[in-house]
Write a protein that binds this ligand. Structure first.
Ligand code: NDP
Length: 299
């Protein structure tokens, strides 16, 4: 019962922690940057639109005078940008304590990333796969380091066609492509947990999903507007699973957090279960190999 009432007052002091948040310009990422700033973390907002990032940082500075925020450019749909961001981080920082892989796009029309990947898989999974690998030296230096992967209930619609991951041989189905990218997030998290355990690496990996939360994510769907206003939860609630996954000292590697109520759409964050397909180890390692091949990043 107590578990159902987790809330941000339970977040431990974050002073001294270096926290990287992708997609911190809106929705969950912006809210996580706000809350963790208030808890004293040094925030690196990794964003594709630096002007928008700076204005979010200004908003947070107005709320919390002692906030410590850096805004850095990162376009997950462009591997060159991911490499430049990681190089800069490796030059300027000694460690990263928490990496929150949050940025994402949903159900947009077909397009490709700069590196010719289907846009949702490219942004939501492959960009983060490359980023995490390139930041690994800093994460290994972190204090109680943690990686948070953001998935979705939509992982249940995912079933990756490994021989056509970029949708070159089939008619595009944007809902399915989003689901594929969100089950990919879980395959990645679970394979990372497995690998770290095997090699004795002391980095926790957790996953989260926000249920249905009103943000800018729904802009390409008919879930935006009225339905969003009526049914979606507020971003302060929707960000709690991410914040719990990022900070709860009792969380274990492999834990997946989501809202407690209404088929995991609303409520305080609790440990939830992902579907059976997401537990398929063969799929984890298959996606891992393809991700290494496509991004050229090997861990
Ligand atoms: P928003 O659209 O509000 O925020 C998404 C963030 O990702 C923005 O900061 C956006 O930047 C950034 N982003 C998009 N593409 C790129 C890119 N190529 N490179 C870098 N950053 C990028 O959505 P949410 O806050 O709702 O989404 C956050 C995460 O939560 C996503 O992973 C999403 O899949 C997941 N999620 C959300 C749900 C919900 O109900 N809201 C449900 C299930 C999962 P910009 O501001 O420039 O557009």
């Amino acid at each position: 019962m107590a578990d159902k009432k987790w809330n941000t007052s339970l977040i431990p002091d974050q002073r001294g922690r270096v926290v990287v948040i992708t997609g911190a310009t809106s929705g969950l990422g912006k809210e996580a940057a706000r809350v963790l700033s208030n808890k004293g973390a040094k925030i690196i907002m990794a964003v594709r639109n630096v002007t928008k990032g700076e204005s979010v940082a200004d908003e947070i500075y107005k709320m919390y005078k002692g906030a410590d925020i850096k805004v850095k450019e990162l376009d997950l749909a462009n591997l060159k940008s991911v490499r430049l961001f990681a190089e800069e981080m490796n030059r300027e920082y000694k460690q990263i304590d928490t990496l929150i892989n949050n940025a994402g796009i949903m159900m947009c029309p077909f397009s490709k990333t700069t590196d010719d990947f289907e846009i949702q898989m490219g942004t939501n999974h492959l960009g983060h796969f490359a980023l995490t690998g390139l930041l690994m030296p800093l994460l290994k230096n972190g204090t109680d380091p943690r990686i948070v992967v953001t998935s979705s209930v939509a992982h249940k619609f995912g079933n990756i066609n490994f021989s056509d991951i970029n949708w070159e041989k089939r008619k595009y189905n944007t809902n399915r492509a989003y689901g594929d990218s969100k089950i990919a997030n879980l395959y990645f998290a679970y394979e990372l947990v497995r690998k770290f355990k095997e090699e004795g690496t002391n980095i926790k990996v957790t996953a989260s999903h926000p249920g249905w939360t009103k943000t800018e994510l729904q802009r390409h769907t008919n879930l935006s507007g009225l339905l969003n206003n009526i049914f979606a939860q507020h971003v302060s609630m929707g960000t709690q699973p991410t914040l719990r996954a990022a900070t709860d000292p009792t969380a274990e590697s492999g834990d997946f957090f989501g809202p407690a109520k209404h088929f995991e759409m609303h409520g305080h964050p609790v440990k939830v279960k992902s579907n059976k397909l997401s537990q398929n180890r063969e799929a984890w390692s298959r996606l891992w190999d393809i991700s290494e091949q496509l991004t050229g990043v090997s861990y």
